[in-house]
Write a protein of this length. Structure first.
Length: 324
């Protein structure tokens, strides 16, 4: 037989309303809370989340939209989002969109259908007209026409930091290699401020910026390096691109980091505590996840929050740069 809240109340010697307040983290005396928690444990009471959701018009579920679960940054971000949601008694609904705007529009509809209470989204597709400021939605990196909450790493500082780190290691001629989308987002500041910093320091900067979806990347990278053989330091849009560039350089007979040094962006690792795959401008992935969850839960609960949250980045050395 399923244990009811009434049976918990009887064992704890309190009213059903008191048990409900304990379950919903309401205001209850510590001694009373402990009595109720002991009764819950003794009876192995399991709250009916679905029934509670019908009463509160909440599902205690958040959707996370990712372009791909295969990308190490996205998968690590999802791990930390779920961890922080769990601490707040929320469940995660993982949505792997593969950049499909139709799928992402369907996910956004889940809020209106009360299937989820809110959404955290990493999206680069054409969904601007479906995202409104009254939607409980927190974006990562991307901003929209309407005033939507978003969390981002300091991409501008990351671009400047990449220049400083390459120059510190003796590089004389720098290059930026990346891809971009037509949608407005903060990641474009990586290239922008890399170039600005190079210009301010009178450093030669070559640029290969390709519209996504990317095609013929090895050929284009080889052409850049053949046309400008003096390039000895490269900054890429992300770590995945940095890894690709390193492989291309090997096929060209270039040694990394002896001949050419490479810095990526993100902070990819194969596991927690392992070495970075490349030298990188590391985003604070766990902090980004925590902030996104905190902002979204405040929005869900009708609290005022800052529309734009910017988090610091740091340089982490992998095997693609030398010691300064």
């Amino acid at each position: 037989m399923k244990i009811t809240m009434k049976e918990v109340a009887q064992l704890a010697g309190v009213g059903v309303g008191t048990v409900s307040r304990v379950l919903n983290n309401g205001s209850v005396k510590d001694s009373t809370r402990k009595r109720v928690e002991r009764a819950i444990a003794e009876l192995n009471y399991q709250p009916d989340i679905y029934a509670r959701g019908l009463k509160t018009n909440r599902s205690n579920t958040v959707a996370l939209i990712l372009p791909s679960v295969w990308h190490p940054f996205f998968s690590e971000f999802a791990f930390h989002v779920e961890s922080h949601l769990e601490k707040n008694d929320y469940k995660l609904y993982l949505c792997n969109s593969n950049g499909n705007s139709a799928k992402e529009r369907e996910y956004l509809q889940m809020v209106k259908q009360n299937k989820v209470d809110g959404i955290i989204g990493i999206t680069y597709s054409d969904i601007d007209e479906y995202v409104s400021s009254n939607l409980p939605f927190v974006s990562i990196d991307r901003y929209f026409t309407e005033d939507v909450n978003y969390v981002t790493a300091d991409n501008a500082a990351g671009g400047r930091l990449a220049v400083d780190e390459l120059l510190k290691r003796g590089c004389k001629e720098l290059a930026y290699i990346g891809g971009y989308q037509d949608t407005p987002n903060e990641t474009k500041n990586r290239r922008k401020y890399f170039e600005i910093s190079c210009n301010s320091k009178n450093i030669t900067c070559r640029v290969l910026d390709m519209l996504e979806p990317l095609t013929n990347v090895p050929e284009k990278v080889c052409e850049l390096l053949t046309n400008y053989p003096g390039i000895d330091g490269i900054f890429t849009i992300n770590d995945s691109m940095a890894l690709d560039v390193v492989e291309i350089l090997k096929t060209m007979g270039k040694r990394v980091p002896d001949d050419i040094q490479v810095i990526g962006f993100d902070g990819q690792r194969t596991s927690e505590g392992s070495n970075y795959l490349v030298s990188t401008i590391a985003q604070p992935i766990e902090l980004m996840a925590q902030k996104a969850v905190d902002v979204l839960l405040k929005v869900i609960n009708g609290k005022e929050v800052s529309k734009r949250t910017v988090l610091p980045v740091t340089f982490k050395r992998g095997g693609t740069t030398i010691e300064p």
